[in-house]
Design a protein around this ligand. Sequence first.
Ligand SMILES: Nc1ncnc2c1ncn2[C@@H]1O[C@H](COP(=O)(O)OP(=O)(O)OP(=O)(O)O)[C@@H](O)[C@H]1O
Length: 694
Amino acid sequence: MTPTPERDPLARERDHLTASRAALRAMRADVEALDIADVTANWVNAAVLQGQIDDRIKALADLAHTPLFFGRLDFLHAAGAESAESPESAESAEGGEGPSFYIGRRHVHDADGDPMVIDWRAPVSQAFYRASKKDPMDVALRRRFGYTGGELTAYEDEHLSDPQEAAQVSALLQREIERPRVGPMRDIVATIQPEQDEIVRSGLGGTVCVQGGPGTGKTAVGLHRVAYLLYAHRERLARTGTLVIGPNDSFLHYIEQVLPALGELEVRQATVADLVAHVEVRAADDPAAALVKGDARMAGVLRRAVRAQVSLPTEPVVVVRGSRRWRVPAYELEEIVRELLDRDIRYGAARDALPQRIAHAVLVRMEQAGEAPDDRVQDAVARNAAVKAAVKAVWPPVDPAKLVLRLLSDAEFLAEHADGVLDADEQKAVLWAKPARSVKSAKWSAADAVLIDEAQDLVSRTHSLGHVVLDEAQDLSPMQYRAVGRRCSTGSATVLGDLAQGTTPWATRSWGEALAHLGKGGAVVEELTAGFRVPREVIAYASRLLPDIAPGLAAVGSVRESPGSLSVRRVDGGGDVAGAVVRACVESLAHEGSIGLIAADARVPVLAEALRTAGVPYLDPGTETSAEARLTLVPASLAKGLEYDYVVLDEPSAVVDGEPDERTGLRRLYVALTRAVSGLVVVHGAELPGQLAA
Ligand SMILES: Nc1ncnc2c1ncn2[C@@H]1O[C@H](COP(=O)(O)OP(=O)(O)OP(=O)(O)O)[C@@H](O)[C@H]1O
């Protein structure tokens, strides 16, 4: 029997979608109709309020291709609604006692204020992600919705409390992952998996570190965790701020739409280089220098160098007030200075405190002489020229960039502070071949900027944010971890990475060490092992490298079979490799979605020329793909964190040879091999690295 429209569940769900969209439009219209003329006394308040209203209007937009809800939960009992926002108003479940909720990207309510869609981050939504046959969490029915171009076209049911029904793999999840990629990274709210949800919803108080192989959803989880924390602790985080740190600008560009799509517009994104941009970086270190400059021992050298700017007083301070002279002897000044040095406060804070301490010593003498000076006298004494001169001599201001410049230019100065910490070779490695004359003209490297940041923090405390997400963390040096740690010293962090993908000379060996440098030694390390991006055949091929690049790590699984997703093509006897690569790209372009041509950095010009000659248009990484331009030519050094529906990998051995050592080369290759969602074609003329040769 064909169901009548009102009995057809799909039609009913569509009705709810239509009604929810109408309710959202009404919510937006309400905000648009707000007249702030009567409630604000001045134009500054009015401008601030209007800004907030504009943001709210933006957040209430109904985006045609972003479904308003993607799931539904029917609870067995009314008690299941305890934590819902407005349980008594929720619809009743089909055939069940308990209420029913629609789960979506944002909260939508009707004219009476009753919820039509519940935010995915609300406590009641948790069961949508976590409930299982083993632990149904009082859920009678979990329904997932499928959309085609904004239209609700399918649904998939799980009766979690029905022992007869077998657990099943979601076809909608599979479809969602394989949906062709055009444009930037998408959110995964509709399909967050239970082990991912545990990380997403872990509390604001603790730092979480996630080790996960390629495509296990680390980036997605980190971004969704920020969205969750902003929901659960909105006021606090609005005050303290949140930050997402990624490896480079093209990566940040790739992920920048995820949080706005979830309604979060205020999260800052930056690279570590952006955070420490105290000077213009114009040079690259050789690996030996970079290794020492990134070593945590440099923090000790800098600390010594900064503190060494303090000299113990040898002269008394004499303050003249009216007809009287007050003298604080050198030995007493020395005591004050030593006491400040012993206290664990910043160099600059101690410097600010010193005039008051000296003034206090003067006041004690005044009192002893029978005077009754008040606070104003103490302030006046602290500003006295003799006191100022003494402070300048004993505790001079420190310019962090100038201090680092001197350390890197002046062998004697470096030795004075590095002896016993760095050996002679290490000191030689960090010294500039040609001493720099000024901060402006110096050829600063990225690692130097981090040293300046450390020195800056020794002088005055770096502002800490409420929460920091650090992606591709495995590539940071200890000094970079410290720089990030300063920015969440009173907040928490989400640290995401894969030890097998570390490609810097200082790449992280263990998360315990990394977290200690970050200042979050007690953080838990979670592991994600299910791979969502890479098909099984491809991840198995790439995992042949694991014993050489990260012996302790288990291979990532794959939630998708996709037979035929891997093809390895050999071009014989000096044949035209670039030509074969272009052909593979053209073949891949016959599919829908994005195509990445990944090659050793040194081979990029040759391949660019071959593509141009063949009339195949291509983009640079960081440029958004569109329906017209879907092929990106990606230097292997920029491939990390990115993904494409189809990948053509040029000449694996050249990718390996492009790195200073074999292990780093193989790690770079592992990254390149794990960027494909639907298919990988490897094209080679040279021998493949042994691990990949059949
Ligand atoms: N639960 C999920 N549902 C649907 N798609 C998912 C899910 N988890 C991850 N994905 C998708 O899998 C792909 C890989 O995710 P992501 O980039 O976050 O992985 P990663 O662990 O950061 O990878 P890499 O180590 O390569 O940087 C993305 O397209 C992401 O949207």
